[in-house]
Design a protein around this ligand. Sequence first.
Ligand code: HEC
Length: 141
Amino acid sequence: MLIKRFTVAGLALLFVCTISVNSYAAGSSKEICASSAKEFQKINRLKGYFPEELTDADYETLRKAGEVMKNNEQERIEKFNVDANTRAMSQVVQIHAGNIEERARGDKVGLIEDIGHSFRFLFLSCRSCHQVYKTEEGLAP
Ligand code: HEC
């Protein structure tokens, strides 16, 4: 009976420790990714529209999404990056997110196609990092 009680207490303690270790780590890359994922989905949705269906507010959403993701990677590099590989992958994400931001400011003719093109590269860039570090988690992208 006593052993059982200790086992339960031990398991509970282990559980609490696991949770706190995880939430400690979540203060890093994960939060940045969660923010980028939101922006990523906005572009993913809007790029499916015909140009004549998009409003100025939509173009602003696209521009802002690019900007936020670009800045997020800058933050990752400054705060959390430790190795050169991670840094390089962050920089590739920055390039494509920056291209989206720039393009969304420009001429509306061909804009959504160009953003779709950059978005494809962005998808692969985000993914490259997940493939290297988190293969088994099946993250999207
Ligand atoms: C430099 C490496 C790197 C880059 C670049 C990167 N990620 Fe991640 N991402 C990670 C890691 C590592 C995790 C797992 C974090 C964890 O579980 O602690 C993650 C987790 C995620 C998650 C799951 C978050 C959660 O709450 O469980 C999403 C969604 C995600 N990334 C989206 C993106 C998107 C979108 C991009 C591109 C704009 C991106 N990531 C770029 C490394 C990266």
